[in-house]
Design a binder for this molecule. Structure first.
Ligand code: 6GU
Length: 240
């Protein structure tokens, strides 16, 4: 998979060099490139924003740097992937569709994603119209019902959720089957040794004996029950 990120804060994406994603990049499973939007400006101050037409608070991102950035990154990507390959362009946006595990599954099958990180109040609406006009597939994705200062943190989260689903990125593929949200439920509680643990208050805390029984069918049934109970308590909306 190829991933491009366009941002005015390239350093914000440096965590993508670490851990599982960093290793996936070094192993060539993901080609991830971060671009500074200001490299597509032409004035001395490298201006990317201006005041909103019609008045109002804050600043709006200008259309010209974004249009040039998309053209430039699209050309770079097509040079390496082929002229017939088109990217999915994702705008992290609190007004977008909820990004879920189902979205992560879908996007993990993409050959190429370009993330466009807006800042300030947002990006000039004509950028979206232009991209739709030239036939680009565009998605607005939200992490949840709260507001971040820009798309960068959302790109970190979305990239991690997507890239870990690419075959070979997570060592133990079975762990992807059991985890929370993979079957629409929250994950069951986990225990490890010691099976009998005396906590710092001197209270003896035993792991559920069923987990030591060796009866795998009973363990699976118990875990399923725990998942349902937990989901009902914490996320009743998921049981609808
Ligand atoms: Cl994707 N972007 C911003 N700026 N704020 C958010 C968000 C995204 N998701 C939740 N809040």
């Amino acid at each position: 998979m190829r991933i491009d990120v366009i941002t005015i804060f390239p350093e914000y994406l440096s965590p993508l060099e670490l851990s599982l994603i960093g290793r996936a990049r070094r192993e060539g499973l993901v080609d991830l490139q971060v671009h500074d939007l200001r490299s597509w400006t032409h004035d001395r101050h490298r201006t990317v924003d201006d005041t909103p037409l019609g008045g109002g608070a804050g600043m709006v991102m200008k259309p010209e740097p974004w249009a040039e950035a998309f053209a430039g990154v699209r050309a770079q990507g097509q040079e390496s992937l082929g002229a017939d390959v088109e990217p999915l362009i994702v705008f992290p946006n609190p007004a977008g569709s909820p990004f879920t595990q189902a979205t992560a599954q879908e996007w993990s099958q993409c050959e190429w994603i370009i993330f466009a990180c807006g800042r300030y109040e947002g990006i000039d609406e004509r950028v979206y119209q232009h991209l739709a006009d030239i036939g680009c597939e565009v998605a607005l994705a939200s992490l949840g019902d709260y507001v971040l200062n820009g798309g960068e943190v959302a790109v970190l989260a979305i990239t991690e959720a997507v890239v870990r689903l690419i075959p070979g990125v997570v060592g133990n593929a079975e762990s992807l089957v059991e985890e929370s949200h993979s079957d629409g439920l929250l994950e069951y509680p986990l225990y490890t040794r010691p099976a009998s643990w005396t906590d710092p208050q001197g209270i003896l805390r035993e792991a559920p004996p069923i987990l030591l029984s060796g009866d795998h069918a009973k363990i699976a049934a118990w875990r399923r029950e725990q998942s349902l109970q937990r989901t009902g308590e914490r996320r009743p909306d998921l049981l609808e």
